[in-house]
Ligand binder design. Structure first.
Ligand code: FES
Length: 260
C-alpha cells in the first residue's frame, strides 16, 4: 500500500467548517458518548467531513474535527492517515478502492490494477474530467468474492478485467451499474452450485427423515438472486407450513379454546 500523506498545500482549502445541518448532527453524535469520551466520535465526524468536502478530508477538516471532539491535531491526523476509508487528497466522482490483499491477489487483482493504470493512471491521480481516481487498499472483507473493488459506497465482486472495464465504461457514460457479484451467483453462495444442506428433509419439519422412495434433491444448481430471500421475508420461508394437528386432537381443541 502506498504511503498516506496529506495533499499538497496548493490543494488544501484554508478553512473548513461544518454546514449548520452537519454541525447539529455532529453535536448530536457527541452526546452519544459518556462524558469525557467525546473523542470516540472522531471517526463518524471525519467521515461526515469527508462527505461534505466532496470525498476527501482536507487538513483544515482534520483540525476542525479535532477541536470539536477535543483531540490534539496529531491524534486526528493519525486516525485519518491510518484508515484508507479517509481520502487525504481530492478524488474522482467515482473513487475506486481496489483490494490487493492475498485472496484478491491470487484471484486476479493484479489484472484489475492494470485496468486502473490503463484507464485512470497512477494511484491518487484524478482523471482530467474528474470522473475517476483509484487507490489500492487492504482486505475489504469480501474475500469469498475475490477479486473485488469498492467504488464509492458499493462493492463490485467476482471481477475480471473485462467486467471491471465494463463497469468503468458504464459509470463514465452515466449508465446504471449493478453492484455485487458480477457472475451468476447469489451473494457469496458457491458459484458452482450448492454442495451442502441441499436436502429439504433437513428443514421441512421431517427431522431429516426421507419418505420411502423419495429422490435426493438435485445438487449443483447455482443459487441466484431470484432465489434470494427478499427484505422483510422470514428466514424460514423455505420451510413447509407446520403440519395441522389431526381433527379431535386435544392440543388443537386447546388452541381453539384459547383463540375464543
Ligand atoms: S482479500 Fe480482497 S476482500 Fe479480502
Amino acid at each position: 500500500m502506498a504511503p498516506r500523506r496529506l495533499a499538497a498545500a496548493a490543494l488544501q482549502p484554508k478553512e473548513f467548517a461544518f454546514t449548520a445541518d452537519n454541525l447539529a448532527w455532529a453535536r448530536a453524535q457527541l452526546t452519544k458518548y459518556p462524558e469525557g469520551r467525546q473523542a470516540s466520535a472522531v471517526i463518524p465526524l471525519l467521515w461526515r467531513a469527508q462527505e461534505q468536502a466532496g470525498g476527501w478530508v482536507p487538513e483544515a477538516a482534520i483540525r476542525y474535527v479535532g477541536e470539536l471532539v477535543g483531540l490534539a491535531y496529531i491524534r486526528v491526523l493519525e486516525v485519518a492517515t491510518f484508515y484508507t476509508m479517509f481520502n487525504l487528497a481530492p478524488v474522482g466522482r467515482h473513487h475506486v478502492q481496489l483490494c490487493g490483499t492475498t485472496p484478491c491477489m491470487l484471484r486476479g487483482a493484479e489484472a484489475l490494477k492494470d485496468v486502473c493504470h490503463r484507464r485512470i493512471g497512477e494511484q491518487f491521480h484524478v482523471t482530467a474530467d474528474g470522473t475517476f481516481s483509484w487507490v489500492e487498499v487492504e482486505c475489504l472483507g469480501a474475500c469469498v468474492n475475490a477479486p473485488m473493488v469498492q467504488i464509492n459506497y458499493d462493492f463490485y465482486e467476482d471481477l475480471t478485467p473485462e467486467s471491471f472495464g465494463r463497469i468503468l465504461d458504464d459509470l463514465a457514460a452515466g449508465r446504471e451499474v449493478k453492484p455485487g457479484p458480477q457472475i451468476d451467483r447469489q451473494f457469496s453462495a458457491p458459484s458452482g452450485g450448492l454442495t451442502s444442506l441441499t436436502d429439504p428433509a433437513l428443514y421441512n419439519g421431517s427431522n431429516g427423515r426421507q419418505p420411502s422412495g423419495a429422490t435426493q434433491p438435485q445438487q449443483g444448481t447455482p443459487a441466484t438472486d431470484d432465489s434470494a430471500k427478499r427484505p422483510g421475508e422470514a428466514a424460514s420461508r423455505r420451510e413447509e407450513p407446520a403440519p395441522k394437528a389431526p381433527a379431535g386432537d386435544a392440543s388443537a381443541q386447546h388452541q381453539s379454546t384459547r383463540r375464543e
